[in-house]
Design a binder for this molecule. Structure first.
Ligand code: ADP
Ligand code: MG
Length: 249
């Protein structure tokens, strides 16, 4: 379900860590409502690129336009307020809070300060949190400690939290690692539902090739900090260079 309007437009993104050139001048676009799969070997720069796009990592060079705004100089919280949501390679939830409370914590990305977080959420926020928890299929776990969820349920909870800011683009970093096959199917389902019903675009970093090829409108292959290939899933599957570099010759 790829749209035509450009939602994210990044040019010349580069980031080094000391002598390691993690991302080497990458151009990256996402159309409104598009699902882009970002794949590549370990250490190819996928997480660093996501960090640069979401403004969690300060770029060395490059420009990021999002939703018509130049966010290159903004911090992650400000980018989030502009409609960007994300999850991280390592699970980031609050294990000693309930599923419900975690969902409400997602408000922080809307720019709700810590002081306001101590006040009860307004009716619209509570309604949305309930709606998302229902949608992800665990209303019965509403009051369970998040720390008691399975790895897959934690990933779904992170998606709920990311959705609480009302994003137009959500980035998922290795969301299926440590997730059982049933919940991988659930995750796929909910990504598709959010994409179809709410027009949310996604960048999905993934090692599970079956998963990513079945969900993405387009695949970008990163190798050694550079884009090796960019195209339709069926074309990428047949690209010999990609097969050698990533899929295993
Ligand atoms: P991927 O997500 O594709 O596995 P990363 O973006 O995590 O790749 O890493 C790209 C390269 O940058 C790797 O060589 C990694 O070791 C290095 N790197 C990533 N983050 C840091 C960091 N915070 N400090 C130093 N090196 C880093
Ligand atoms: Mg990574």
């Amino acid at each position: 379900s790829s749209g035509t309007a450009s939602l994210l437009c990044a040019r010349g993104v580069a980031k080094s860590f000391g002598g390691i050139r993690a991302v080497r001048g990458v151009d990256f676009d996402v159309a409104a409502g598009e699902i882009v799969g970002l794949v590549g070997p370990n250490g190819s720069g996928k997480s660093t690129l996501l960090g640069c796009l979401s403004r969690d990592i300060a770029m060395d060079t490059g420009k990021v336009l999002f939703n018509g705004t130049d966010i290159s100089g903004l911090r992650a919280m400000q980018a989030a307020r502009n409609g960007m949501g994300r999850t991280f390679q390592s699970v980031r939830i609050f294990p000693e809070l309930s599923v419900w409370e975690n969902a409400l914590m997602g408000r922080q990305w809307k720019g709700v300060g810590l002081r306001s977080m101590l006040c009860p959420a307004d009716a619209a926020t509570r309604r949305r949190a309930g709606e998302l928890i229902d949608l992800m299929g665990f209303p019965q776990l509403m009051h369970e400690y998040a720390g008691n969820l399975s790895g897959g349920q934690m990933r779904l909870l992170e998606l709920v939290m990311a959705m609480m800011s009302g994003p137009r683009l959500v980035m998922l970093d290795e969301a299926t690692s440590g997730v059982n096959p049933t919940l991988i199917e659930s995750l796929k389902h909910y990504v598709k539902v959010l994409n179809r019903d709410e027009g949310v675009a996604f960048i999905i970093v993934e090692h599970n090739i079956g998963f990513i090829f079945s969900i993405a409108d387009r695949i970008v292959v990163l190798d050694d900090g550079k884009i090796l290939a960019n195209g339709q899933p069926e074309d990428i599957r047949q690209n010999q260079e990609v097969i050698v570099a990533y899929l295993g010759a």
